[in-house]
Design a protein around this ligand. Structure first.
Ligand SMILES: [Zn+2]
Length: 112
């Protein structure tokens, strides 16, 4: 898995994640790669009990966040009392093990 990258249309500026071959707004085909930057805001979250193989805990909380540059992404929410709208800090680290290999993903921590 690669680092989280979103795609910004060079024509109209729309940000898309994941990538589409054509811009959903203007049909443009040229994109600039951007990485999530700064703090992000929690849009929604959910607790998952049926976890895929390779994860040890009984449950995990997944959050969807929006970064200051408009990128939206889903990550593992490592917050005890999650509240929609709270500020978070994103990190990129190992989140599970598949066939002995650590797989990295987005993790979310309280901003302070
Ligand atoms: Zn566009």
């Amino acid at each position: 898995m690669n680092k989280l990258i979103a795609y910004k249309c060079k024509k109209c500026g729309r940000i898309m994640y994941p990538r589409h071959s054509r811009c959903l707004s203007c049909n443009g085909r040229a994109f600039e790669e951007i990485s999530p930057a700064g703090e992000c805001k929690l849009l929604t979250y959910t607790q998952i009990w049926n976890l895929p193989w390779g994860i040890d805990e009984r449950s995990r909380t997944l959050g969807i966040v929006e970064f200051e540059n408009g990128v939206k992404a889903m990550g593992w929410l490592k917050v005890r009392d999650a509240k929609v709208g709270m500020k978070l800090k994103a990190n990129w680290e190992a989140v599970r093990v598949i066939k002995g290999q650590e797989v990295c993903g987005l993790t979310l921590y309280p901003a302070r």
